[in-house]
Design a protein around this ligand. Sequence first.
Ligand SMILES: Cc1cc2nc3c(=O)[nH]c(=O)nc-3n(C[C@H](O)[C@H](O)[C@H](O)COP(=O)(O)O)c2cc1C
Length: 340
Amino acid sequence: MDLYGLARPLLFRLDPETAHDLAFWLGARACAWPTLRAPEMPEGLHRTVFGLDFPSPLGLAAGLDKGATLLPLWQALGFGHVEIGTVTPRPQPGNPKPRLFRFPQAGLILNRMGFNSEGAEVVAARLRDRPQGLIVGGNLGKNKETPEAQALDDYRDAYRLLAPHVDYVALNVSSPNTPGLRNLQAPEALKPLLAGMLDLRKEMGLERQPLLLKLAPDLAPEDLDAIVEVAAASGISGLIATNTTLDRGVVAEPLRAQVEAKGAGGLSGVPLKAKAREVRRRLLAALRGRLPLVACGGLGSAEDVQGALDDGAALAQVYSALIFEGPGLVGRIHRGLSRG
Ligand SMILES: Cc1cc2nc3c(=O)[nH]c(=O)nc-3n(C[C@H](O)[C@H](O)[C@H](O)COP(=O)(O)O)c2cc1C
């Protein structure tokens, strides 16, 4: 049993956000260790995607390190990339607690964090000391009080501050916990959003920096096809699929009733796997190789990640499985991928 195996029963007895804060406190101490460095990567994992050299296809999904506070630790665990955020332009506290729930028996997380964010200025300042050799993506969102019609201004404000300090930017239009955010996925809203962001990217001389779009799993197949056409025509660099789901139907009874009793929020982890796979396959079929896709949602083993890569995904990200399985997950996935 590894160290996490020992700590897990204690961490899982704590309230989830307290456990998160404790893990981050310990993580920050670990980041100060002078011996902390990236592990030796098994052969054959390297890949170049949207012009960036990834040491491995496996990355940490957005939402865990929202403020980019533990980058040396993620690098030492072996992640090929880390997506920080979601960062909003101005600081905001997120939703009232409790807003994070774990169901370990099902590998399931329910969250309605609602973009708790220190704001783009603070996070950008922290990124000035980021470690070398780790690919960092910046995931951007809008502030809660910003009306939908002014969403573009928020994404642009956050981009101006953060983009110079990251390797790629992801536009999060798919969190279920900010009212109205997902409406930005509609083609008539998406077109001006992407055009406005690409204009800003050009203005800032960052044309070579990849710009990605992160999508929800709760879109109808025809909507996915329409989004693909808008994305491919726009000139953005790729898609991330998927974010969390609002669909309680992914959870079997009797657990579903317990999940429903916790109230609103997005579901992630094992129960999201099949739905995320279906969405990913639909998107890849519609894309026909025009843009790379980053797979996310319910991935928790080398087989899952290899399956996503075999589907045609260029990269993969994990979040929930890391919470349930601990840091050893990264090495296990790498060894499995390298064995082929
Ligand atoms: C507690 C929690 C917070 C999250 N916060 C964000 C976020 O701020 N931005 C974002 O794009 N995705 C966020 N996500 C979604 C994850 O990045 C990922 O898309 C989703 O959890 C599916 O992957 P998984 O099944 O491996 O967890 C969050 C997920 C969880 C569990």
